[in-house]
Design a protein around this ligand. Structure first.
Ligand SMILES: Cc1cc2nc3c(=O)[nH]c(=O)nc-3n(C[C@H](O)[C@H](O)[C@H](O)COP(=O)(O)OP(=O)(O)OC[C@H]3O[C@@H](n4cnc5c(N)ncnc54)[C@H](O)[C@@H]3O)c2cc1C
Length: 494
C-alpha cells in the first residue's frame, strides 16, 4: 500500500536508460524512486555469476567514451570514474583462417582493409564513415532537444554550429548499399558480409536497408572501444550508487504491473501489492511492454505507436569459463567469428565473442577467462514448440557455436570449459521481462529512420519513455543519450 510519499518521478526499470534518467533527475533535486523487476540493475547490460566467475547478461562493449562523447559526459557529470581500458585493436574479425584486425588508428585500419579485401575505394569509404561519426557525435553533444517535438525544439536547433550537420541529412535516407555502390564496394561478397555482420551488431540491420548516417557510427565504433572491468554491470552499479547518493531510492524485485492516472499524477502498482504515488513517470521498458501496464487512453496511444516487432531481434547466448594457463594474454577482448554457412536456429552469419582480460580479477580468477558469446536469432525460432524440441534446439545451437569457437581459438580447444550456459530470447524475457525477449531496440532502416522513432515525449502529462526502443535507439550509448535528453527536458520544465 502507498506510504503517503509522493515522488516527483518514478522510473520503471533499472537498465542503462532508467539508471541514467534516475541519477540525473535525483542530481537535479527531484525525489525519485527507481523500481526494478529483477534483483540487480543493468538489464541487458547486467550479469550473473557462478562461483567467482562473472558472466555478462548480454552487452559487453563500452563506447562513446572519447572527450565530449555521451558516456564521458555522463560519467563526468555524475563524478564517477568506472575502471575501463581503451582497446587497440578494438576488435578482431575471423574469416576461416584469416584475421582482420580493427586498429584504432584510421590510417592503419585503411591499410589493413586494403591489404585484406584488395578493393579500390576503401580509403574514401572509411574516411567518410569516420567523418560522419565525428560530426554526428559533435551534433548529438550540442543538441539535447532531439528529436524535435515542438516549435521551440526546432528553433533551438537553428543555430550556426549545426550548419555542419546539413550535409549529413541525405545520409539519413541513403542506404549503406547505395554508398558502397558509389565507392565500387557493393559487389564483393567478402567485404559485403563483413559490413553486414558489423551492421547487424550495431544498427541491427544489413547494408541493403541500414541508413548510412547511423551505420557510420556503428562502423566506426570499434575504433573507440573500451573494456569495462567486471563487465558493463560495474558502470551501471556506479550510476546507481550516485543516484542513491543524490537522495534517490531504488527498490528491486518490484515489477510494475499497473500505472493509472490520478488527478495530479499517477499511481504505480508492483507485483508484491505495493502502490506508489508520483507526479511523473519515466519508463525504461520497451514500448512493446507498456500497453500491458497502462489503461484507457494511454493503452490506446501506446498500442498505436508500437514499432513493428517483425523487424526486431532476439539473441542467442553462450557463456562459459575457460582455463587460460598461458603467460601472454589474448590480443583483445572482442572478436567476431564469421560462419558463412550460418548457425542453426539463428539468423546471424557470425557470432560475437567477449573474453575477460587477464588483469580483470573481478570477472574471473587468474588462469581462467569468462567468455560471453552472442548472436541474432528470431524469437519465433524458439516459440510454439515442445519443451523437448526447445531443449534440443538450444543444445544444437550452443554446441555448434562451441565447436566453431574451438576452431577459431585452437589454443583453447583442449582447455577445460566450465559453467557452460545457453540462453535464448525466452531467457531474456524471463530475466528482463522484455516483450518476447526482443532485445537491441528497433532496427534503424531507410524507411524507419531516426526521425520516425518515438521521441520519448508522450502526450500524457509528465509521462516519458527512455530505453532502446525510443530515440536514438540501440546500445548503451544511444540509450544513455536518450535518457540524458529526457532528464534535461524534465528538469528544464521545473
Ligand atoms: C546480446 C546483446 C549484446 C549487446 N551488446 C552490446 C554491447 O556490446 N554494447 C552496447 O552498448 N550495447 C549492447 N547491447 C544493447 C544494450 O544491451 C541495450 O541496448 C541496452 O542495455 C538497453 O538498455 P535499456 O535501458 O533500454 O533496457 P534494458 O537493459 O532492457 O533494461 C530494462 C530494465 O527494466 C526492467 N523491467 C522490465 N519490465 C519491468 C517492469 N514492468 N517493472 C520494473 N522493471 C521492469 C528489466 O528487468 C530491466 O532491468 C547488447 C544487447 C544484447 C541483448
Amino acid at each position: 500500500m502507498t506510504n503517503g510519499v509522493i515522488y516527483d518521478n518514478i522510473v520503471v526499470g533499472a537498465g542503462y536508460g532508467g539508471l541514467v534518467a534516475a541519477a540525473l533527475l535525483a542530481k537535479g533535486g527531484q525525489k525519485v524512486l527507481l523500481l526494478e523487476g529483477h534483483t540487480v540493475p543493468g538489464g541487458c547490460a547486467s550479469f550473473y555469476s557462478r562461483r567467482g566467475v562473472i558472466f555478462d547478461a548480454g552487452a559487453t562493449t563500452l563506447s562513446g567514451m572519447a572527450t565530449g562523447q555521451p558516456m564521458q559526459r555522463l560519467f563526468s557529470e555524475l563524478g564517477i570514474e568506472p575502471e575501463v581500458k581503451k582497446l587497440d585493436p578494438g576488435m578482431i574479425i575471423i574469416f576461416g583462417e584469416r584475421k582482420l584486425t580493427r586498429h584504432a588508428d584510421l590510417e592503419k585500419w585503411i591499410a589493413e582493409t586494403e591489404g585484406f579485401f584488395k578493393l579500390p575505394g576503401l580509403r574514401e569509404f572509411w574516411e567518410l564513415v569516420h567523418k560522419i561519426d565525428r560530426v554526428g557525435y559533435e551534433l548529438i553533444g550540442k543538441n539535447d532537444k532531439l528529436p524535435p517535438t515542438s516549435l521551440g525544439d526546432l528553433i533551438s536547433l537553428a543555430k550556426p554550429s549545426n550548419l555542419k550537420g546539413l550535409p549529413l541529412i541525405p545520409y539519413l535516407f541513403r542506404s549503406v548499399e547505395a554508398v558502397l555502390k558509389k565507392h565500387g564496394l557493393a559487389d564483393d561478397p567478402l567485404f559485403r558480409s563483413f559490413i553486414d555482420e558489423q551492421l547487424l551488431i550495431t544498427t541491427q540491420n544489413t547494408a541493403d536497408d541500414a541508413p548510412f548516417l547511423t551505420a557510420a557510427l556503428g562502423l566506426a565504433y570499434p575504433a573507440e572501444t573500451y573494456y569495462p572491468y567486471g563487465g558493463l554491470f560495474f558502470p551501471a552499479k556506479e550510476i546507481e550508487r550516485k543516484f542513491k547518493a543524490f537522495g534517490g531510492k531504488a527498490e528491486y524485485k518490484k515489477r510494475v504491473t499497473g500505472i493509472s492516472t490520478i488527478h495530479d499524477g499517477y499511481t504505480v502498482k508492483t507485483t508484491d501489492g505495493s502502490e506508489y504515488k508520483t507526479r511523473g513517470v519515466v519508463t525504461n521498458i520497451p514500448l512493446w511492454n507498456i500497453p500491458e501496464i497502462v489503461d484507457g487512453k494511454m493503452k490506446a496511444h501506446f498500442n498505436s505507436i508500437l514499432p513493428k516487432t517483425e523487424n526486431a531481434w532476439g539473441a542467442f547466448m553462450v557463456n562459459f569459463a575457460v582455463d587460460h594457463p598461458f603467460d601472454e594474454d589474448i590480443e583483445t577482448a572482442y572478436w567476431q567469428i564469421h560462419v558463412p554457412e550460418g548457425v542453426p536456429h539463428c539468423e546471424s552469419k557470425s557470432f560475437f565473442v567477449t573474453f575477460s582480460l587477464a588483469d580483470d580479477s573481478r570477472k574471473a580468477p587468474a588462469g581462467m577467462k569468462s567468455v560471453t558469446i552472442s548472436l541474432h536469432t528470431k524469437p519465433e525460432n524458439w516459440q510454439g514448440i515442445t519443451r523437448e524440441e526447445y531443449g534440443r534446439r538450444k543444445a544444437e545451437t550452443g554446441n555448434f557455436i562451441i565447436n566453431k569457437f574451438n576452431v577459431a581459438f585452437p589454443s583453447l580447444r583442449e582447455q577445460k570449459k566450465s559453467y557452460i550456459d545457453f540462453g535464448t530470447p525466452q531467457t531474456f524475457e524471463r530475466y528482463t521481462s522484455r516483450y518476447q525477449g526482443l532485445v537491441g531496440g528497433v532496427p534503424h532502416s531507410v524507411s524507419n529512420n531516426l526521425l520516425k522513432m518515438s521521441s520519448g515525449v508522450t502526450p500524457f502529462r509528465n509521462f516519458y519513455n527512455t530505453g532502446d526502443t525510443v530515440f536514438p535507439g540501440q546500445g548503451t550509448v544511444a540509450v544513455t543519450i536518450g535518457a540524458m535528453n529526457i532528464a534535461k527536458r524534465i528538469l528544464d520544465k521545473g
